[in-house]
Design a protein around this ligand. Sequence first.
Ligand SMILES: [Zn+2]
Length: 282
Amino acid sequence: MTMFIHLRHLVFTVLAASLAALCSCQREAGRTAADTAAAPPATVTLTSLDTDSYDKRLEDALLEAEIPHAMGDRIRSAGKAVFLPELEAAAAGDPFLSRLVDKQHALPDGYEPDDLVTLDNSGSYRVGRAGLRLRHPAAEALERMAEAARAEGITLTASSAYRSYDYQAEVYARNVRESGQKTADRESSRPGYSQHQLGLAVDFGSITDAFAQTAAGRWIAANGPKYGWVISFPDGYEQLTGYRWESWHYRYMGMPLAVFIEKWFDGIQQYALQFIHAWRNY
Ligand SMILES: [Zn+2]
């Protein structure tokens, strides 16, 4: 296990270095009025932070984000010179890539991305139904990932993608009607609190636990982060994320952030986003 973790860190460190250049030229995402009004600061420019200030801010952010001790110790012992540039790279660019959206943190009122594109069956992935939409950078990244899967004989199917506030309201109300509020809240978000409203999240395949055991489910679990896609609600973290295990739900985070999550936060997206949120709002 230890060997595996070390190997994984090594792999992602190498990936981080080789992909940083690739990602810095990523297309600047479209902005809406809501972004400028309510978005968090776009970058974390703190390379000039002196070591004492860094240490204090780090401790406060680790505490506020409730980062487990072992995870925090790894970050502490890496030191400012190593960790801070990687944090800055992970949180740079489009602020919605690293925005914390969970049961306590809503999107800006009326948020709707302005670079949504419609997915179809012309590329390497399949769509579960017509009219699914994603933000442009996520759609491109989905194609890159699906192309790699296809090269290994595996087809990825997007079953649900962008959901507007109004559509999420319908989905949530239906889930409450059919399963009761308590069950609905374990796997469905209230409107305004869904990662699907970001236009950066995809539900793959059957949208059931069975997906985890399919070839596509296993492939994406092993390879998603290499293409910037990270599972949002992993097995065993319901208390942290507020949602039961959803083997089918992945969020596109961009490469620097996906690498950062794998390397420092054991692949747990929620910890990394809570940490970045706490760091930004210091
Ligand atoms: Zn989902």
